[in-house]
Design a protein around this ligand. Sequence first.
Ligand SMILES: Nc1ncnc2c1ncn2[C@@H]1O[C@H](COP(=O)(O)OP(=O)(O)O)[C@@H](O)[C@H]1O
Ligand SMILES: [Mg+2]
Length: 667
Amino acid sequence: TRLAASEITGQDGKAGIIEKYFSLSQTDTTCLKDIGLYPEEMRVGDDILCLHTLSDVEDLPGKVGTDCRFEKLSTDRSDCRLSFAAPVGVLLSCNHVYNQFIFIDDHAENLKNFEQTARNMQSLSRYSRANQVNKEWIDEYLNEAHSKGLISVRCHCNVMAWSDDRDELKRIRNDVGSQLALMECKPRHNTVDTPTLFWAGIPGNEADFPAEESFYTFLGQALCLFVEETNYKSSLSPFGIKMVDRVSGRPLHIDISDLPMKKGITTNRNKFILGPSGSGKSFFTNHMVRQYYEQGAHVLLVDTGNSYLGLSQLIHNRTHGEDGIYFTYTNENPIAFNPFYVEDGVFDIEKKESIKTLILTLWKRDDEAPKRSEEVALSNAVSAYIDLIGKDSSVTPCFNTFYEFVRDDYRRQLEQKNVREKDFDIDNFLNVLEPYYRGGEYDYLLNSDKELDLLHKRFIVFELDNIKDHKILFPVTTIIIMEAFINKMRKLKGIRKLILIEEAWKAIASANMADYIKYLYKTVRKYFGEAIVVTQEVEDIISSPIVKESIINNSDCKILLDQRKYLNKFDSIHNLLGLTDKERSQILSINMANHPGRKYKEVFFSLGGTQSAVYATEVSLEEYYTYTTEESEKMELFALAEKLDGNLELAIKRLAESKRNPQSSTT
Ligand SMILES: Nc1ncnc2c1ncn2[C@@H]1O[C@H](COP(=O)(O)OP(=O)(O)O)[C@@H](O)[C@H]1O
Ligand SMILES: [Mg+2]
């Protein structure tokens, strides 16, 4: 695309490409510097330039291609293709400009000149063997041009790198040289022409290019020397999370929620996160939800592995106990709810629907689909009960009074209406639900008189590890939590909210729940919400059509971590998620060539199946100790916090400091 004038010359507060070039800077606030042209070197401000040129056919490789395989990020099952000149593009890690020139002169004129030269060479070939060789070379060029109809062009490329430090400059010079050698080019360090080529490289100033620096080739070959990759850039969106550029380690701001929606790349903000155990799912989600929280979102997490204890407690301390609410299930203090309680007394259709789903789940087994007549009867019962509590304030809304209502009043109503037993077996219903009624085994679960204020808390964790294998408590608790979230959605207009469910989705992935999950996913979209499901079990997603349809198909953002443990299952993941070949190569390249000196893990993002990229999660030591799930590290941290009167923040700071400077620490 053609640059607009303002992009070339810049505007107030936004530097144009020319200003950026003159100041060798990418920032929008450029400051023009002195440009020094000395016989031995060229300088821009304090920076000394180091120039390598490709201006002679002799220096070029025997063969060029449009792209080539990048071994470091390829596997025997995947191919990472980069452009031929990538070694001097994104793979060259120092600050640099890669200038690429193609001059499309008058093609016919070019060839005519060559023919003339060839004739001259022919007549001179008696005097020198070199002339003979040149003549042959030209003949070959002309042959190619004529027989294949190729366009003759002139080409030149150069790599302009710089540094204000002479030692570093030496290293950079070597680096550029070896990158050029990787492309099988002969590295030519050029000092003499630096000012001229710098000048010609000013965007729009190609006319000043010194013709003798170019070589003849064909358009196709010249284009092979173009670099097609760019560095990842930060999103302009005000909302997003910090990730890191995998190649350079530069921090980047990326938006995987709002901007893609606005641009129509995605139609929802839901996310599906997949990675084997230990691949960094929880670490990444901690990092993500923390940043969502800090940008004002409501965050509700359902976990089964204590992965959010650190972050939750940190927020708890920071807010003096106001937020960062952590619920765990213990026998002495079980999580209890009251599905019939609403703050404002208004039961809308969605609330009724979720009460119905909840009771249906308690009543029917996974593999037992309710009859239409049963659903109708239940729906009527819920509506009638809601009418009753609206009219009669002596009835306390809770499961107990609902049960009594069905047992007495509703039974009479059914009898009057002559509803047959096979359409709605009320005795069976009451019998199955008895455990949740007063005196039953789970009577606490749905009859809480405490009003859980989830509405105004912005960071809530439900830790369900203790009941994750419980056939009743786990699914019921999960549904009630989801229902609490739906309530939040309806009440908190214009506020971002997310629910993240780790592994717990398994409990709700029964046939009964399919519609409910679908419903949750759709509703979330309308209310500025995100539903995020995190899982490690490929088998589960492969075997469950419900998960596939309701969760995967309704999550436009797919996030995958290191899949190498699943290499033999990767084909099914590939098919299940409908990945493209490019996405496959990106996923299999995760953590393949990580920088040995840095501690991070890579993460793959795909948005709407059309945009994908790999970023790194690289954090400070303080963040590391907040997010880590390593048992020993967690224990060390919490033990230290205890010594510091429960001050987790201080403990994190101390611990991080002691790892940074092992000598200076005395604790
Ligand atoms: N981005 C990262 N940077 C540094 N260490 C990480 C990163 N991601 C994960 N880890 C390390 O790996 C461990 C396991 O990560 P975790 O997120 O708990 O895996 P998962 O949830 O996928 O099982 C963490 O405790 C941490 O030590
Ligand atoms: Mg985890």
